[in-house]
Design a protein around this ligand. Structure first.
Ligand SMILES: [Zn+2]
Ligand SMILES: [Zn+2]
Length: 247
């Protein structure tokens, strides 16, 4: 999937070929199908409606996704051009914007690599390593555990001619995004799955300064973190076996 190109200000147009850019012929609210492509939500361009009324009636359910989608588009457009360039060179222009489902065991053994852009929701305090909770466009949540020796992140974009470095805990905060290259999935010892970062060079912090979350959006993020169940899942035998196998 190509990285969305930034146009005027905040308005980020999805590029051709982006999976979300196809106008649908199915109304996102009433499910009615049409022979003609329907009008899309102008902010996210991800869903279509047969009428203004259907769009209004769907707003309550749609707005969370819509906001997420909008912020993700801004984030993708803010990937520093040099990073984008090298990323494209190494990995091609296609990369996923969604967390995939957990890989199967077979995929895991093969090394289920993929590249992701995810939103930081918060930090997880009860972990020996620095860890944070992230989510994707679909709202799927997972945790990232950093195994890099360093807790200092060096931002590759040049700030006044010098790369700037920051402590992970002070820069990987809610509202910013991460571009993760070659994601390494893992089942951790507590039986829960997540992403393990071995090398901070595979992580690019997308700074969203200037795009503060609205109070409503921030509340939703905080609630998502509060609802995340990170209690050990070892009671389940399958999970236990997985934990033993993969750790
Ligand atoms: Zn409709
Ligand atoms: Zn929308």
């Amino acid at each position: 999937m190509p990285i969305a190109s930034c146009t005027d200000g905040d308005k980020v147009k999805r590029v051709e070929g982006d999976v979300m850019s196809e106008p649908s012929t199915v109304c996102n609210f009433c499910g009615k199908t049409s022979t003609e492509p329907l009008k899309r939500c102008s902010r996210c361009l991800a869903v279509s409606y047969c009428s203004k009324q259907c769009q209004r009636d769907d707003f309550k359910d749609h707005k969370s996704f819509c906001h997420r989608c909008h912020r993700l588009d801004i984030a993708r457009a803010r990937v520093y051009p040099a990073v984008r360039f090298f990323h494209d060179l190494q990995h091609g222009k296609d990369y996923k914007v969604l967390l995939r489902d957990m890989p199967t065991e077979e995929e895991y053994q093969r090394g289920a690599w993929c590249n992701l852009v995810v939103e930081i929701l918060g930090q997880l305090p009860h972990c020996f390593r620095f860890s944070c909770l992230v989510r994707d466009l679909s709202g799927q949540v997972t945790r990232i555990i950093f195994h890099d020796e360093s807790n200092v992140y060096v931002h590759p974009s040049l700030d006044k001619g010098q790369p700037s470095s920051h402590g992970l805990a002070s820069s990987f905060v809610p509202g910013h995004f991460l571009l993760l290259v070659g994601v390494h999935w893992r089942f951790f010892k507590d039986g829960l799955a997540g992403i393990r970062i071995n090398d901070l060079a595979s992580v690019y912090l997308i700074d969203m300064s200037g795009h503060a979350m609205s109070p409503e959006y921030r509340r939703e993020v905080e609630n998502t973190v509060a609802d995340y169940d990170c209690s050990p899942q070892m009671g389940n035998f399958t999970d236990m076996m997985r934990a033993l196998l993969y750790t």
